[in-house]
Design a protein around this ligand. Structure first.
Ligand SMILES: Nc1ncnc2c1ncn2[C@@H]1O[C@H](COP(=O)(O)OP(=O)(O)OP(=O)(O)O)[C@@H](O)[C@H]1O
Ligand SMILES: [Mg+2]
Length: 218
């Protein structure tokens, strides 16, 4: 059974059809690059996957169940969406990384935090760093770490490295690849053809609100 199944999914905003009759299966453990021209509907596709928006036609199934009928909190734990522009809050890195524990009424797992710092090449004393002093690449990595403290089943990445230099991009790519190898399904929107083909096992191309191609790479 597909982990995420789109059955003739359309998304309309008034008269404007943004996605038209998409049918696609994403399997557990897939690493899918999503590519296509600007405005073709890639971000809309990711937002539908995690029910940030609802299809206007068709059905989206997660593990065989219609996402419209799933508890939003349970869904948010299973499937996480990382925006292109990271949104950090409070004053320090700690404010961001302790929040996911406090909303769950759990004690912070310092080992998990340290292990993610190391995976994303953040210094071990990063917790006390002030948000306003972080570079764009550091902000991006802290936002990813915050998403990954509680391991999702599916990770949706929307151009998360488009503002990063080569070194930072490599760090993020390798960390995401490692998580995919641990079983997390990855859907990654990118405009970079090299990145799109580097690690992904499938390449989904969306053009003009339709699936133009689904290529199996490896
Ligand atoms: N909530 C919305 N209401 C109306 N139109 C929208 C909405 N969201 C997106 N659109 C339109 O739908 C189309 C697809 O947008 P989307 O953000 O999915 O494209 P994209 O492929 O992610 O583009 P980019 O590569 O530039 O990020 C665009 O024409 C956009 O203007
Ligand atoms: Mg987009």
């Amino acid at each position: 059974m597909a982990q995420i199944k789109f059955e003739n999914v359309s998304y309309r905003d008034g008269e404007n059809t943004i996605l038209r009759s998409l049918s696609v299966d994403i399997e557990q453990g897939d690493y899918v690059s999503v590519m296509g021209p600007s405005g073709s509907g890639k971000s809309t596709f990711l937002k539908l996957c995690c029910h940030l928006i609802s299809p206007t036609e068709g059905r989206i199934l997660l593990d065989g169940n219609d996402i419209m009928q799933q508890d939003p909190i349970a869904l948010r734990k299973k499937i996480c969406y990382c925006f292109q522009t990271p949104v950090l809050f409070g004053d320090t890195v700690e404010d961001n990384l302790l929040f996911p524990y406090s909303i769950r009424k759990q004690n912070p797992d310092r080992e998990q935090i340290d292990s993610l710092f190391s995976k994303f090449h953040m210094p071990p004393d990063s917790m006390k760093h002030e948000i306003k002093t972080l570079s764009g690449g550091e902000k991006q990595r802290i936002a990813l770490i915050r998403t990954l403290l509680f391991r999702p089943e599916v990770l949706l990445l929307d151009e998360v490295t488009s503002a990063l230099d080569v070194d930072n991009t490599l760090i993020v790519e390798n960390a995401v690849k490692a998580m995919n190898q641990e079983g997390i399904t990855v859907l990654w929107v990118t405009h970079n053809p090299e990145q799109g083909r580097k690690y992904a096992d499938k390449l989904l191309t969306i053009e003009g609100g339709k699936i133009a191609a689904l290529e199996v790479l490896r």
